[in-house]
Design a binder for this molecule. Structure first.
Ligand SMILES: [Cu+2]
Length: 171
């Protein structure tokens, strides 16, 4: 089988991009990063954040806090805007294939907090790294139900990041 790209840490890698994640007014301690590596057949996504808010059960019609919806949004613009409803600047879900929510290219697994810390890595074949440079990464207050349209009912936006190309000099 032919392999494309350079090899690093056992993975085929071509392009690498990343987003620095910064919490807004609803989660000021939240920060971390998300890396996107081109691998064979798709992209490996690796996320690490700290400072997620404590879990809170959803009661009396309120949404739970956590696990946290996690998506790519169509605009790489992280302006706080309204502090009670931050980061609407990032727009809606990135959905280049005009799919129903649950099958958007930017629909990711939820983030589970471990005392505020979350780390996850997963594979997707729905895009390559060059497709997502310039897009936004959003972490939401509430879980994604993967069926409410158009965005999974994941609630307010805790944190935002803009995906940029990764180069060694940026470490
Ligand atoms: Cu989202």
């Amino acid at each position: 089988m032919r392999r494309r790209g350079k090899k690093m840490n056992g993975m085929d890698t071509g392009n690498i991009a990343y987003a620095m994640i910064k919490g807004g007014p609803l989660a000021p301690d939240l920060d971390g990063n998300v890396f996107f590596h081109d691998v064979k057949g798709g992209v490996e996504v690796m996320v690490e954040v700290r400072g997620l808010p404590p879990y809170k059960e959803g009661k009396n019609g309120e949404k739970p806090i956590g696990p946290h919806g996690f998506h790519l949004h169509e605009k790489g613009i992280c302006e706080i805007g309204d502090p009670s409803d931050p980061f609407t600047s990032a727009g809606g879900h990135w959905n280049p294939g005009a799919q129903p929510h649950g099958n958007h290219a930017g629909d990711f697994p939820v983030l589970f907090s471990n005392g505020g810390y979350a780390r996850m890595s997963f594979f997707t074949n729905k895009f390559s790294v060059k497709d997502v440079v310039g897009k936004g990464v959003i972490i939401h207050q509430s879980p994604d139900d993967y069926r409410s349209q158009p965005s999974g009912d994941a609630g307010k936006r805790l944190a935002c990041g803009v995906i940029v190309p990764y180069t060694k000099s940026q470490t």
